[in-house]
Ligand binder design. Structure first.
Ligand SMILES: [Zn+2]
Length: 209
């Protein structure tokens, strides 16, 4: 596809008429879910963006498994802060410290620079947090339009229902690497994407920056 210029400021969707889906996945509090998502990406070839918190051990434990996918560009890494901090509750120095520590972890562990993309935990952001993040190059708060709602424990059926609702062209959809149920419906999610003619993409596949 032809890349489009990254708009200034926050993004919530993909400004293209192509049938692309940005399946983005956050956190990583369960190391086994992290491993299974990586395995799914590896075996299916699905392009994904992980907004990870480096404080979760799974990102270190499974780094060797994930690294080749990151190196090839199939999986993009974005910054989700080191410890899943609510940025609006921190002062400017605290915001910078959370993003910088996670940035340094990603660079040293995976050898890629996630800038300018970060996702504010809980979606908590405002003009002040945006400015603090931008001061170290994180100029793009990557939000979403559609959620699998699995930051908390959800059933397989709930997750499939939300995928049916939100896996649509030009959408950025958010999921989580926190609970096992999503890992049991990977084949159905893959089938839904195929049935709808959707092309999974990373943010870097879409945006020029
Ligand atoms: Zn999160």
């Amino acid at each position: 596809m032809t890349k489009v210029p990254l708009p200034a400021g926050v993004i919530t969707g993909l400004p293209t008429s192509e049938p692309v889906l940005a399946w983005t996945v956050d956190d990583g509090s369960d190391a086994e879910v992290v491993r299974l998502y990586i395995e799914f990406a590896r075996t299916s070839g699905t392009r994904l963006t992980f907004f990870l918190n480096g404080s979760y051990p799974g990102w270190t434990e499974h780094a060797e498994l994930l690294k080749p996918l990151v190196a090839s560009g199939q999986v993009q890494l974005g910054n989700h802060t080191w410890s899943h901090a609510a940025l609006t509750h921190l002062d400017d120095a605290g915001i910078v410290a959370e993003l910088q520590r996670n940035h340094d972890f990603i660079v040293s562990t995976y050898g890629v620079d996630p800038r300018p993309y970060y996702r504010p935990p809980f979606g908590y952001r405002d003009r002040r947090t945006d400015a603090a993040a931008a001061s170290i190059g994180y100029t793009c708060p990557a939000m979403w339009y559609g959620s699998l709602a699995d930051s908390d424990l959800r059933s397989e059926q709930e997750i499939l229902g939300l995928a049916d609702r939100w896996f649509l062209p030009a959408h950025i959809v958010i999921g989580h690497l926190n609970f096992l149920p999503v890992t049991r419906v990977f084949p159905q999610l893959q089938q839904l994407i195929a049935d709808r003619g959707l092309i999974p993409v990373t943010l870097d596949d879409v945006f020029e920056h």
